[in-house]
Design a binder for this molecule. Sequence first.
Ligand code: GRF
Length: 206
Amino acid sequence: MLETIMNIAVLCSGSGTNLQAIIDAVESGYIKAKIALVVSDSKTAYALERAKTAGIETLYIDPKKYKTREDYDKEIVRNLKAKDIGLAVLAGFMRLMSAYFVAEYKGRVMNIHPALLPSFKGTRGVRDALEYGVKITGPTVHFVDDKLDNGPIILQSAVEVKDDDTEEALLDRIHQEEHKIYPEAVKLFVEGRLKIEGRRVSVTSN
Ligand code: GRF
């Protein structure tokens, strides 16, 4: 019997190193899903090149063509539905998702943030943690709700801050952890092993 596998979409705005980690995990068979679409709000995002190299369909949606965030998100949702997407993975997608998008994909959209939430939300998570003087930071994978960096936490990984760290060096070590925990979270989701109860997400065994 043919096994049906989940279609996933990855949404990116930038270099796409997390996308690459997910592509590699799919190609190696670690994640049993198909990346059916990579969406970007930036025409020049290197993530689009990575997707094309891997033979994945890409879609650039120009934010300037839409009046509101909801109009933009409606276009994304229309495309995700057309491809029967079961999970939307935000990987450096630099837009806040509208309540419309979150309602349409409730419990089926995840994001990665480069700090240990709920600390250091927003776009400067690495710098803010460094400037605050924390000794431990690291990435968080979480489900997305309609507030910034707020939904239930799926996985986190601790990264030690060194006395002589620069933002660049710290970001580099955080990225290395991101590239482990994001594929892991996607794998757990496609295997139906993530259970959300309120704010708490538990992992069920195989
Ligand atoms: C990551 O550091 C992630 O935590 C943040 O955006 C960055 C994306 O990097 N949300 P990349 O495009 O996957 O290299």
